[in-house]
Design a protein around this ligand. Structure first.
Ligand code: C2E
Ligand code: MG
Ligand code: MG
Length: 617
């Protein structure tokens, strides 16, 4: 028996020594403190068969005190910063008590509760005391039958604590603190700088503006900068290219600033600049102008040169009067003012602008709600064959049935819906109705041909990858043929030579859909341009139709377009025909189709259906 005991005790000592060696050895092997601590805690947990092992490390002169806990279960908290009041209690406890103490014997009730609350019960705590108190080690939640620790185990805990203390004090605490400091610096970088451009981010910018508003200078200026049509760039060239553009914008922005000014990326395609050191209004405007000029040359995104334009809002902040938030909002408002005036320009903030911006926000919210509730209706206006006087098609024109304002015409919300992307959802509602009505109308005009249906489609919709599939599904689902459908686009679609929108149109045409250019001649396309485009129909805008029969340039233009249409075999529709003589002249000029109040106003589908059989005047 004695021999056996001696053997067992020797064996245990051996395992203990091995454990101590491994546990604390881990602390000095790896240069990274977190995995080391984890190994230490895990080994401790196993060796003492406890659910939870916790190590508290007190800060030396600077830095936070930290807690690392493994358990209960899979819970893991490594190097978590502790609040000052808890640290004070822990320190007081550790400095008073030496040796292993049962958690239940802790005099400080709050401290006891601090452990209990996190599920640390039935355990012991030991202070790590070397030249000074380094921390605390807690073992809690004993697993198995034997709830309390044996004397030998307690001795082992103490030894372990001693070893950990030594290991921590001599090489690692300093290291841990150093690592923590760099970690914190990194976190700070992440918290204050934009990772894509390296510019300040919104929170740092606001911070700087705030500080600048409290310096000795009377006034500061903030520039709010937004890239015009960035969404289109992103959608057509891809996100990678979009990122490159943002990067380049940041670079050029920095070129326009002096030392001491701050450039920031506020998010998305929004940038801001803070001018400090008492600039005058002229200085601020000069910086904004310089920035605009900086973008006269295209930006290279990959191989492609992209022409970038900016809208800039400038706002003045006065010490003791404005807050950083005010200032940023005012500059933002002014920027929207610049957009409203046609983009690619700068505007100074004026107090009256605020109301306009509030209206925009309200409009966006309202429009989103309207989409959710499908508060839209579609009216149909016949398109008339000038020879026979019968309707060959109808054009779908959307209305917003506003609960208070009544029927809102598209001109008042479509541009805004395009800017915000909400047009995609609205377009879907219109398309659904148009296809359903086209199917109901059938050959409602009494001819053998099914009635044509024209729908207005925005560039943004064409850029939506789901557009064609949606169109196909609706058209085929309603038993229609693609050749009945005409997609009306404005010339703005044609601004870029090789854009995605154009590809969508070509694909649509390949599937049998027709394409019309709306408001022809008011945008960018020249007559020569038309030859290479996927077009079936051009529509003469009302402004030119109005001039028909007079001796103005508008009349000349209308004639030229009609002539051109017949030569190129493109159908011409004259829009906005309001008087009989206009219709007569257009007919004599060889214009095939016309549309206008003279024939029929846009009306609800049921009304339009009845009027189709009656030949127009
Ligand atoms: P548009 O496609 O050129 O449509 C013709 C506009 O002229 C319609 O205005 C129509 O009501 C109006 N009109 C037709 N005949 C006459 C006339 O004899 N005299 C006068 N004074 N006006 C006439 P509406 O419905 O206000 O639509 C305005 C524009 O809104 C449309 O111009 C189109 O570009 C856009 N739009 C309408 N519905 C939609 C839609 O569902 N989606 C998109 N993206 N745009 C739409
Ligand atoms: Mg149209
Ligand atoms: Mg039109």
């Amino acid at each position: 028996i004695f021999a056996y005991r001696a053997y067992m005790s020797e064996r245990r000592r051996h395992t203990e020594l091995e454990f101590l060696h491994e546990a604390t050895g881990a602390l000095s092997r790896s240069p990274e403190i977190v995995p080391e601590l984890e190994v230490l805690l895990e080994r401790t947990r196993k060796a003492f068969r406890v659910e939870t092992a916790e190590l508290v490390l007190f800060s030396a002169e600077f830095g936070p005190s930290l807690r690392s806990t493994l358990g209960p279960g899979d819970k893991k908290h490594m190097l978590e910063t502790l609040d000052a009041p808890v640290v004070e209690r822990l320190r007081a406890f550790a400095e008073l008590r030496s040796g292993v103490v049962s958690l239940d014997d802790i005099g400080d009730g709050d401290l006891r509760a601090w452990w209990y609350e996190r599920g640390l019960r039935e355990g012991v705590v030991v202070a790590l005391t070397g030249e000074r108190v380094v921390g605390l080690l807690v073992l809690a939640g004993r697993v198995g039958v034997e709830r309390s620790f044996s004397r030998d185990e307690l001795r082992l805990v103490e030894t372990l604590a001693g070893n950990v203390t030594v290991a921590l004090q001599y090489d690692h605490l300093e290291h841990a603190v150093r690592e923590l400091t760099t970690l914190r610096a990194e976190l700070e970088r992440e918290a204050f700088y934009d990772s894509l451009t390296g510019l300040a981010n919104r929170s740092l910018f606001i911070n700087r503006v705030d500080k600048a508003l409290r310096t000795r200078h009377e006034a500061i200026y903030v520039l709010f900068i937004d890239i015009d049509d960035f969404k289109t760039i992103n959608d057509t060239l891809g996100h990678q290219a979009g990122d490159e553009v943002l990067h380049e914008v940041a670079k050029r922005l920095l070129r326009c600033l002096r030392d001491g000014d701050t450039a920031a990326r506020l998010g998305g395609d929004e940038f801001a600049v803070l001018l400090e050191g008492g600039p005058s209004e002229e200085d601020a405007v000069a910086v904004a102008e310089r920035t605009l000029a900086e973008f006269r040359n295209p930006v290279y995104a990959g191989e492609e040169g992209v022409s970038i334009q900016l809208s800039i809002g400038v706002a003045k902040g006065i010490r003791g009067k404005n807050t950083a938030d005010d200032l940023l909002r005012n500059a933002d408002v002014a920027m929207y003012g610049a957009k409203g005036r046609g983009k690619n320009q700068l505007r100074m903030f004026e107090p009256g602008m605020q109301r306009a911006i509030e209206q925009r926000h309200r409009l966006k919210r309202e429009l989103e709600r309207a989409i959710a509730r499908r508060e839209f209706s579609v009216q149909y206006q016949p398109i008339i064959d000038l020879q026979s006087g019968s309707s060959v098609a109808v054009e779908a024109l959307v209305r917003w049935d506003h609960p208070e304002r009544g029927s809102v015409p598209p001109g008042e919300f479509i541009p805004f819906a395009e800017e915000t992307g909400l047009i995609v959802a609205i377009g879907e509602i219109v398309l659904e109705d148009a296809c359903r009505q086209a199917s109901l109308l059938g050959n409602g005009n009494g001819s053998s041909e099914p009635l044509g249906m024209h729908v207005n489609v925005s560039t943004i919709e064409l850029l939506d990858p789901g557009f064609l599939l949606r169109l196909d599904t609706l058209v085929l689902g309603n038993g229609l043929s693609p050749s009945q459908m005409t997609i009306e686009i404005t010339e703005h679609v044609l601004m870029f030579d090789e854009n995605q929108a154009l590809e969508t149109l070509e694909e649509a045409r390949a599937r049998g859909y027709k394409v019309a250019i709306d408001d022809f001649g008011t945008g960018y396309s020249s007559l020569a341009y038309l030859r290479s485009l996927p077009i079936d129909t051009i529509k003469i805008p009302k402004a030119f139709t109005d001039g028909v029969g007079g001796s103005t340039k508008d009349d000349m233009f209308a004639r030229a377009v009609i002539d051109f249409g017949s030569k190129l075999d493109v159908t011409v529709v004259a829009e906005g025909v309001e008087r009989a003589e206009q219709a007569a002249i257009l007919r004599s000029l060889g214009c095939e189709l016309a549309q206008g109040f003279f024939f029929a106003r846009p009306a609800a589908a049921s009304h339009t259906r009845d009027s189709l059989l009656v030949p127009a005047a």
